[in-house]
Write a protein that binds this ligand. Structure first.
Ligand code: CDT
Length: 303
């Protein structure tokens, strides 16, 4: 038996600070339409897809900061994406900066949503692992201010039954943490979708610069294999507002093998037919959690 879901990973090239939301949505629509033409059930967009990745520079004015956030989804410009998805019958996963109000307080999250073929939001995740720092760093070629701009996500790691399988979401830096994949795998995730904005240099640790691409694949391939899940990783790539970001958007099987990978640093769609049942062979043998995990010992190992 096989359960095939055809996935499009829609890598995005740079978005300039001056580019309007409307123009960005037109680019996303182009990739969604291409996904439809190539038989996709679901097109995965990147992290904070609607604007340039603003944590790379410092802003103080709250109104300016909030202008990078969406206070409704769909909103005025993004409604087009929902309308087109419904018309074409293609789902999508979209990352964006979310402005919410909770208990009378303004909250800022780095969010992604899963939208089904009827254009209904069926899943929502707010980024839990926030990289970087919470204050301006003098002397750095660019900033990494996610802890300054975003609150830690408060929805937990969750999975949703959609597209004929069980799907989990995470975002960028989450992919470097084994806890992310394991939390989702323990809930039965068969496919994990994520977007990323990953610079090819790290001013806080320049010694690791040459490993940026290696670490990208290392974490996602290991996450897929050790947790018996498809992993779809989608970059915002290329030089954006002076920051050079990696590409390598890819679709990874539960075996850990890459079945499709982008070759450019621009808008580019890769497509793969993913058999959700491929996870089973690993789940029932080498990674049979019930039989082989030794939870009672794990605490002792870290004492
Ligand atoms: N956007 C994001 O989460 N970026 C981080 C930078 C980490 S620096 C090693 C990432 O994991 O790509």
């Amino acid at each position: 038996m096989s359960r095939i879901v055809t996935i499009g990973a829609a890598q995005f090239g740079p978005v300039s600070r001056a580019e309007s939301r409307g123009d960005v949505v037109l680019r996303l629509l182009g990739l969604l339409r291409e996904g439809h033409a190539r038989g996709c059930d679901l097109v995965v967009f990147t992290e904070v897809a609607l604007t340039a990745f603003f944590p790379h520079w410092y802003m103080e004015d709250p109104a300016e900061i909030d202008s990078y956030f969406e206070n409704e989804m769909p909103g005025r410009e993004t409604q087009l994406l929902f309308d087109e998805a419904k018309k074409l019958g293609v789902g999508f996963c979209l990352g964006y900066a979310e402005l919410a109000e909770e208990e009378g307080q303004k909250r800022h999250f780095n969010t992604s949503i899963l939208v089904n073929k009827r254009a209904e939001i069926v899943g929502k995740y707010r980024k839990i692992h926030l990289p970087g720092y919470d204050a301006f760093q003098p002397g750095h070629a660019y900033q990494n201010l996610e802890k300054y701009y975003f609150d830690v996500g408060n929805l937990g790691f969750r999975v949703w039954d959609a597209f004929g399988g069980r799907i989990g979401l995470c975002i960028c830096y989450d992919r470097r943490w084994p806890e992310t994949y394991r939390s989702l795998a323990l809930q039965g995730a068969e496919m994990i979708l994520l977007g990323y904005n990953t610079p090819d240099s790290n001013p806080a640790n320049p010694g690791s610069n040459h490993l940026a691409n290696f670490h990208n694949l290392l974490t996602m391939q290991a996450g897929a294999y050790q947790n018996c899940a498809w992993v779809v990783g989608v970059a915002k790539a290329g030089v954006e507002e002076g920051v050079s970001q990696i590409g390598q958007s890819c679709i990874i099987a539960p075996s850990g093998e890459i079945v499709a990978m982008c070759a450019s640093l621009e808008d580019e769609l890769i497509v793969a037919q993913c058999d959700l049942d491929q996870a089973k062979a690993y789940r029932e043998t080498v990674f049979n959690f019930e039989e082989n995990r030794r939870v009672e010992y794990y605490g002792k190992l870290v004492e």
